[in-house]
Design a protein around this ligand. Structure first.
Ligand code: SF4
Length: 323
């Protein structure tokens, strides 16, 4: 895996990420207090006027004012390795007898349209950019989607909807998500779920949720750059609020934002299930709007969209226990 997944964005006063590795000055001979704060985390300047190879000396050497600064994010090799190890752990999990039976039964019986395919039939790990600032959290793998292909939001209509929206937002390199080898890459985004095995009728029990949510917790701890968590549906919204320890517990709403303890922002979004997209409960515009808001908050996405918006005020929900 390429561990040097980098991107740039206009620097803002938001807290620097642990994965921050470098700052690039542009057209400036100076440094201001926010840049000093970023340097203090261990970042170092790699290009531009005042370029240097170390931190404190750089801050001491640079004077004046900065007109613009790009922040370069790199997923740390340690985090990439730890995420891979977590995926291995998930893949071998058989903690929920009912879900183990179901995932294997679905893989054995198959849908007629996929009768010639070998189903995955195992737990499904998260997928995406280890340095992601936007994490999308669903309920669980779909029976003939991720449980067939082995990759989150891949091989079904929900995945098509979500990935095409990520592509429009500049967070994916292609609009399709057909199978695990289709070349899909996420940029600054990561897809995962509360429960990693397909549940009958898409309804995991409370015990199954509690058995599996620890994987999501570990994943979110390793995704150190994550700033926005998009909860796809009320199940994910509730699970993330529980993990975040938010009190009082906020109620799900499409577009609802909750500032979680620790500073991450959770945004509610109707799940792109066929039930929601066929009925018009979730439209492309609604999904685009949530991703546009996410990229605006993080500065992600293509030039001209989120990356040039700078800081955007957080819309605190009434139930938010934000700082
Ligand atoms: S749902 Fe989660 S905890 Fe249960 S068997 Fe699957 S991976 Fe393990």
């Amino acid at each position: 895996m390429d561990t040097r997944q980098t991107r740039t964005r206009a620097y803002s006063a938001s807290p620097p990420r642990p994965a921050l590795r470098a700052l690039e000055f542009q057209g400036s001979d100076g440094c201001d207090s926010t840049v000093v704060a970023a340097f203090a985390t261990g970042a170092h300047c790699v290009s531009g006027v005042g370029a240097c190879a170390s931190t404190a000396p750089a801050v001491a050497a640079v004077t004046g004012s900065v007109t613009s600064v790009n922040v370069v994010f790199v997923a740390t090799p340690e985090n990439v390795t730890a995420l891979a190890a977590l995926s291995e752990k998930v893949l071998s999990c058989r903690a929920c007898p009912r879900l183990v039976d179901w995932r294997e039964q679905v893989a054995c019986e198959k849908r007629a349209a996929f009768a010639s395919e070998a189903y995955w039939g195992r737990p499904v790990p998260g997928f995406g950019d280890p340095a992601a600032r936007i994490v999308l959290v669903g309920l669980a793998p779909a029976a003939h989607g991720a449980n067939r292909t082995g990759r989150m939001f891949t091989g079904d209509r929900s995945g098509e909807w979500l990935v095409s929206a990520l592509w429009r937002a500049g967070l994916a390199n292609q609009p399709e998500s057909h199978h695990a080898g289709d070349g899909l890459e996420l940029r600054d985004a990561y897809m995962t779920a509360v429960v990693r095995c397909v549940p009958p009728a898409n309804r995991p029990s409370t015990g199954e949720r509690d058995a599996c949510v620890g994987y999501l917790d570990q994943e979110l701890r390793l995704l150190t750059g994550a700033r926005v968590l998009v909860a796809l549906g009320s199940f994910a919204f509730d699970a993330l609020a529980r993990l975040g320890g938010t009190r009082p517990r906020p109620r799900f709403g499409h577009g609802r934002e909750v500032l979680l303890p620790g500073g991450r922002i959770m945004i509610g979004c109707y799940h792109p299930s066929q039930q929601n997209t066929f009925t018009g409960k979730l439209t492309e515009e609604m999904l685009d709007s949530v991703l546009e808001r996410s990229t605006a908050l993080t500065g992600s996405g293509p030039p001209g969209r989120g990356s040039r918006r700078g800081d955007v005020p957080i819309q605190r929900s009434p139930g938010s226990a934000g700082r």
